[in-house]
Write a protein that binds this ligand. Structure first.
Ligand code: XMP
Length: 400
């Protein structure tokens, strides 16, 4: 990564280049309110002023009331951007209906969003579509690691023919920390410049397996609660995940139960292990893999004792995934209830320097316990709450 990066020089040269490229034409920019798209909008606005048409596609997969919050924040100084929101949830729900696989979901999301952007660019007579794609987005997508929804040209997709616009990607050579430097230099406000990362396809990513409205609603409620309560503990990224309570009936549960008993030393009959039917993403070497997820529950009397020692739990996770390579994640049960049998919720909190590797953030047990109880009380259909005890590798930062 470049060390001699100067935000001011970067902005000046981009503004000049954009001015001469776009001239008096209009350009539409797709904004989500994340650091990349907001910074990109600030640069574009400097370059072409009111010929920039900012648009936010409300996919239905943003957080509760997020489109409206982003619109309000962007409309105020210093940005003062007139964001138009396009409501498109039904189109996305239809496109994603019945799809289980994480990569397939990403591809369906990408196709839907660009069709909508194409229609809107045509309607507003915008020749260009601007987006905040950054270097890791296209590097990872080209490398087959995961399909970022905002990578088209780099994959050979001809946007003019397919969707009717020419792409402009002013941040395509930058890494996240450089984008944050540019955002600070442009004074976009800390609520944007320091925002925690959020995946482009939004909550599609954390709604594991097939998506439906009830499951998505459970995830949105859980996301709001987790974001409100965990910020004080300063993980770099923290969020909620929803999984369906469909479990595999295999001998693996018993093997992991024994391994847990020998590692943490409760009696084997105090441990209950569930293997979820839905798989999730992990990393092996430089490759993404799709693997199994184990939920480990110990009896209520001992739950707190083991839950207080995150280092030991992470060690246990390491033993499990190295002994059983078909597993990519282990979860530790925080709380459960008999009612609401459909979903398990997961709290994920990680610390990282570069997002290529990540450690589990040690959140104190009393915080996890209170959070678990709140989630069980407030999220309709939730029966269990787990803490993800898996670093990256073998898991990914996201849970999809
Ligand atoms: P993973 O899950 O690959 O995540 O370990 C590493 C970082 O990338 C973020 N992420 C995304 N960011 N579009 C984005 O702009 C995406 O599709 C996407 N998927 C993952 C993730 O949140 C983490 O910060």
């Amino acid at each position: 990564m470049e060390t001699s990066f100067h935000a001011e020089e970067f902005v000046d040269s981009q503004v000049n280049e954009i001015k001469s490229r776009v001239g008096q034409e209009k350009a539409m920019i797709a904004i989500s309110g994340g650091v990349d798209s907001t910074t990109c909008a600030a640069i574009m606005h400097r370059a072409i002023g009111s010929n920039l048409k900012p648009i936010l596609i409300d996919t239905g997969f943003m957080r509760l009331n997020e489109p409206e919050k982003v619109r309000k924040a962007l409309s105020k100084p210093p940005l003062t951007l007139p964001l138009r929101i396009v409501r498109a949830k039904p189109k996305f729900m239809t496109a994603l209906h019945g799809i289980e696989n994480a990569e397939e979901k990403r591809k369906a999301f990408r196709e839907t969003i660009y069709n909508i952007l194409g229609e809107n660019a045509r309607r507003e007579k915008c020749r260009y579509l601007v987006q905040g794609t950054i270097a890791p987005d296209w590097i990872e997508t080209k490398g087959g690691i995961k399909t970022q929804h905002n990578v088209l040209e780099q994959l050979g997709i001809r946007t003019l023919e397919k969707y009717g616009f020419t792409l402009i990607e002013p941040l395509a050579s930058l890494y996240k920390d450089q984008v944050r430097q540019v955002a600070r230099y442009l004074n976009v406000g800390t609520q944007f410049s320091e925002r925690q990362p959020f995946p482009g396809p939004g909550l599609v990513v954390r709604c594991v397996g097939k998506i439906d409205s009830k499951k998505l609603h459970a995830l949105k409620t859980a996301t709001e609660i987790v974001e409100k309560k965990l910020g004080d503990h300063h993980p770099q990224q923290y969020f909620a995940v929803v999984l369906e309570n469909r479990f595999e009936d295999s001998s693996l549960s018993k093997d992991i139960q024994e391994l847990t008993a020998s590692s943490l030393s409760p009696k084997p009959d105090e441990v209950n292990v569930r293997i979820f039917r839905d798989k999730a993403t992990g990393v092996k070497g430089d490759e993404r893999v799709y693997g199994k997820v184990a939920g480990i529950g110990v009896s209520k009397t001992n739950r707190k004792r083991f839950g207080e020692d995150v280092t030991k739990l992470v060690e246990l996770e390491g033993r499990i995934t190295s002994t059983f390579p078909e597993l990519v994640r282990a979860l530790y049960l925080i709380g459960e209830q008999a009612k609401g049998s459909r979903y398990s919720l997961v709290i994920r909190a990680i610390n990282t320097r570069d997002f290529m590797t990540a450690d589990v953030t040690p959140v104190p047990w009393n915080v996890l316990n209170t959070l678990g109880n709140t989630l069980l009380r407030k999220v309709s259909g939730a029966s269990s709450v787990y803490y993800d005890i898996t670093p990256k590798p073998p898991a990914t930062v996201e849970f999809e």
